[in-house]
Design a protein around this ligand. Structure first.
Ligand code: DX5
Ligand code: ZN
Length: 217
């Protein structure tokens, strides 16, 4: 099954709970949580406090995307009853294997994200341990950017590797996803589609989620 994770980054923070409720009513599967530290990426977003304000208000599982240096320091803050995945960037980890084990020690699924310029072969020796690979299809830091076409080939490469080595792996794609290109990413092998501005930028969030789901079905 292909799942949709709207990214909170593009929601209206003055009406956060309402925006999330609309996405949930539309049938979204997870809520993507973009955490940016102003160091690993040139922007600051929000931290665990904002995410935790949604606890008890949504039953959507959290798909946490940490775009931060030294993620081990902050991983425990994002462990909640809603957290399904915590994903770190390969480029931000000196000891990626250790960080993956650390996430799993909380009973949370572990993900690793790759910037557009990072080859997927960097995952060679941890591939079997991964629950998610998150393909960044824009350079991370901002919502509303354009999908980088070479990401589709990276998804294909990962899908072939998944079938051989880790059939349970979730392949996520994040950045520049629209109603027009979501199917292309899914056909290449992505089974978790992240969309920020294309969902929360819509006049009718609930209807937009339904449109995505009908395309991905
Ligand atoms: C970008 C973030 C994305 C972002 C996607 O750095 O990781 O999750 O919210 O936004 P759109 O879908 O607008 O590109
Ligand atoms: Zn993200």
């Amino acid at each position: 099954m292909i799942r949709l994770a709207p990214s909170l980054l593009s929601a209206n923070f003055a009406t956060l709970g309402d925006d999330v409720a609309k996405a949930e009513r539309g049938g979204a599967h997870l809520l993507h949580i973009d955490v940016m530290d102003g160091h690993f990426v040139p922007n600051i977003s929000y931290g665990a406090t904002v995410m935790k304000s949604l606890l008890g208000k949504t039953s959507l599982p959290f798909d946490v995307h940490l775009m931060i240096d030294s993620p081990d320091t902050f991983i425990p803050d994002f462990v909640t009853e809603n957290t399904e995945f915590i994903t770190v960037h390969a480029e931000a980890c000196n000891h990626l294997d250790r960080t993956i084990q650390f996430i799993k020690s909380f009973g949370i699924k572990a993900g690793v994200s790759l910037n557009p310029a990072t080859p997927p072969t960097i995952l060679e020796y941890v591939f079997e341990q991964l629950d998610q690979v998150l393909v960044m299809s824009v350079n991370p830091g901002f919502g509303g950017q354009k999908y980088i076409e070479s990401s589709t080939e990276k998804i294909r490469w990962l899908f072939a590797e998944k079938q051989r080595r880790n059939p349970e792996l979730t392949i996520a794609v994040d950045g520049g996803i629209t109603l027009k290109n979501a199917k292309q990413a899914a056909d290449a092998g992505a089974d978790l589609i992240v969309a920020g501005s294309a969902v929360f930028g819509a006049d009718d969030i609930e209807a937009r989620v339904k449109e995505f789901l009908s395309i991905l079905r």
